[in-house]
Design a protein around this ligand. Structure first.
Ligand SMILES: [Zn+2]
Length: 240
């Protein structure tokens, strides 16, 4: 073969390969656009979140759960919308979705639960094994990510409430993979109104679960993971 013939047959071979390849792709039995591996065995929920650490996905079981009463305040519920995002997503909606999931998780472990409004009449002198208020942070602050937990400054039961805060910090961080953001703990948290209303012997804490802007994806689309972190923190506190 001459040099020109070599070039000619070389080009033909390449064109034939491309034609066959395109034909298979367009008309072959494997032409579905979704790779089959995605359709088989979806990964565990936690694996979908890059930030989530590799922890167990189930909560610890609870002995004598029925002996405990847990109050959950769905932040702003019954009062106002809380923080609002540009597209109308409200903090109150996020808080309530998470609070409902926490209630569900605790009930399934046999605990008694009360879902409370922000300014619930039942908060006055409220007696329970623990009270947690669930809030989320601003949707206006770009570049801020993370959560924080606080108890009242002048606690009547500081050791118990410190332990509650520690449990929530540890378990919430473990389940969600979110960092702590302690620098943004405000008087609104440490002087939170419900702390003044509940019985002094009821351990209470407020959690800001994340920032609505930068943490929106996990807060909005993974409320079950958020709720597991809070429920695990509560169980950690009650079991010690
Ligand atoms: Zn709030």
């Amino acid at each position: 073969m001459s040099y020109n013939q070599l070039i000619f047959w070389g080009v033909m071979a390449i064109l034939l390969t491309i034609t066959i390849g395109l034909g298979l792709k367009l008309f072959g039995s494997d032409s579905a656009t979704v790779p089959k591996t995605i359709l088989i065995s979806p990964p565990l929920e936690t694996e979908l979140i890059p930030a989530a650490p590799t922890v167990k996905t189930d909560l610890p079981s609870m002995n004598n759960g029925t002996n405990f009463l847990v109050g959950i305040v769905a932040g702003h519920k019954g009062n106002d919308s809380g923080a609002v995002c540009a597209d109308g997503l409200t903090e109150a909606t996020i808080n309530y979705t998470i609070a409902a999931e926490v209630m569900d998780l605790l009930k399934r472990r046999g605990l008694q639960t009360d879902l409370l409004n922000e300014f619930d009449d039942r908060l006055t002198g409220y007696k329970a094994n623990v009270l947690i208020s669930i809030h989320a942070d601003s949707c206006q602050v770009a570049g801020a990510s993370g959560f924080k937990v606080a108890r009242v400054t002048d606690s009547a039961i500081p050791q118990a409430e410190d332990r509650l805060v520690d449990c929530l910090n540890r378990e919430y961080g473990r389940y969600t993979g979110l960092p702590q953001h302690p620098s943004s703990i405000t008087d609104n948290m440490t002087n939170y109104h419900a702390f003044r209303e509940i019985d002094g012997q009821t351990p209470g804490a407020i959690i800001e679960v994340g920032f609505l802007l930068d943490d929106r994806v996990i807060l909005e689309t993974k409320p079950k993971i958020i709720a597991r972190g809070i429920a695990a923190g509560i169980i950690c506190f009650l079991e010690e």
